[in-house]
Design a protein around this ligand. Structure first.
Ligand code: PSV
Ligand code: MN
Length: 390
């Protein structure tokens, strides 16, 4: 890649798109407790209104992912219009085949063909939602797996998975895509049916060009080298999207860049090196997080800023010098070039970029000053706050 000038770095950052999840704005928690927060949205329309705030102050988050049926509405066209009126659009549709009693032993891998049929029909219904919202991507994460050795046949479950994926793939319109997400464990503890990038990669290769892999940063074993996975998938044209979040122990769903900003930089460094930051790369940069104890809209803004900061640092890596040092076998020199970029304080650059875009330099402060939270706390009286399963 050619080293971008400062102006080009700003241009690239301006074009970057970070997608926010509708579920980040509803109440969430752990299996021990869901703490309710005041002013939380009561329906998908209000979730989108909150999401639009994130874009309003960052200027780079104009797309909202939905989760079906959490975000089921009678009229998806109206929801898309509502989003457009607020300056955002509906992005990835996340299928949910994990919250019905029928799915106790899995969904598309379930031993009972009737349950598999129900799950596949839901995935097809999600494609219908995509037609109505204008979304181009269907994100598939399956909670399928086993808790006990011997519980079911591992290989047969792979066959069931492949058959279901193929049936759904066949339903895609020309401009629609499948994003297949993997997860090491949880809710299944012994074996997950799509546990890792290798499994997801193999299935998406079998499916064809309209299928690619989602890297959820929280879905790996501790110390996994995620940037290697990213680099590999990008090189093969099979990185479809990120679900960004961060983790200390399991699938913590904390704010991206909070636990390990250096890891986020290393990931974005692979993206920048592959010239894949802007939307024309076809890679989606999504957040998949829950804000259990912190204010939700501000936490989403913080997360967008964290991704932006890591991206800016990655764009500042002196690629020519790095290549030279690498070819010369200069171990310390090459490492120092990367670390120089990582240690750069890019906050002034990003504040300047925001001002160029007609935005406040400090999005968190600007949001706090806007009084939006106070207004929705006063307005959102009655009804049921949105949350997991609602
Ligand atoms: C599963 O843990 C996951 O990462 C999937 O993306 C789900 O759709 C999402 O979380 C729900 O929060
Ligand atoms: Mn995810």
């Amino acid at each position: 890649m050619i080293q971008p000038s400062d102006d080009q770095v700003r241009q690239i950052l301006r074009q970057q798109r970070i997608e926010v999840p509708s579920w980040a704005f509803g109440n969430s928690g752990t299996r021990f407790k869901v703490f309710a927060q005041p002013g939380v949205p009561r329906d998908p329309f209000e979730k989108i209104a909150d999401a639009a705030q994130v874009h309003r102050y960052t200027g780079v988050a104009p797309v909202v992912s939905l989760h079906i049926p959490w975000d089921a509405v009678d009229d998806y066209g109206r929801l898309a219009e509502h989003a457009a009126a607020l300056g955002v659009s509906i992005g990835v549709i996340n299928a949910n085949t994990f919250q019905d009693d029928d799915y106790r032993l899995g969904s598309v891998c379930h031993p009972d063909p009737a349950v598999r049929r129900k799950a596949i029909d839901h995935l097809k219904a999600c494609i219908e939602v995509m037609h109505q919202t204008g979304s181009a991507q269907l994100k598939l994460w399956f909670a399928d797996g086993l808790n006990y050795p011997g519980q079911d046949d591992l290989v047969d479950r792979q066959r069931r998975l492949a058959a279901a994926l193929a049936e759904v793939y066949a339903e895609l319109a020309d401009d629609q895509r499948i994003l297949l997400e993997y997860k090491l464990f949880e809710p299944a503890f012994y074996a997950t049916d799509v546990p890792d990038w290798g499994t997801a990669f193999a299935h998406t290769v079998d499916l064809g060009p309209k299928a690619s892999v989602v890297v959820d940063t929280g879905h790996h074993a501790p110390h996994t080298n995620i940037e290697f996975i990213v680099a590999f998938l990008v090189a093969r044209g099979k990185l479809g999207a990120f679900d960004f979040n961060s983790r200390f122990y399991a699938d913590d769903d904390l704010m991206v860049g909070a636990a390990d900003p250096f890891q986020l930089f290393r990931i974005m460094n692979e993206i920048a090196a592959a010239d894949a930051v802007t939307p024309d790369s076809g890679i989606l940069f999504m957040l998949d997080q829950c804000h259990n104890i912190e204010p939700k809209i501000q936490a989403q803004i913080r997360s967008v800023l964290n991704v932006q900061e890591a991206t800016a640092k990655a764009l500042l890596v002196d690629r020519a010098a790095l290549g030279e040092a690498q070819r010369a076998g200069d171990v310390l020199g090459a490492n120092a070039i990367l670390m120089d970029a990582y240690h750069t304080d890019v906050r002034p650059l990003l504040a300047g970029l925001r001002m160029d875009m007609g935005l406040e330099p400090n999005p968190i402060l600007a949001f706090q000053r806007s009084g939006y939270l106070r207004t929705v706390i006063d307005e959102r009286v009655g009804g049921t706050a949105a949350g997991w399963g609602a």
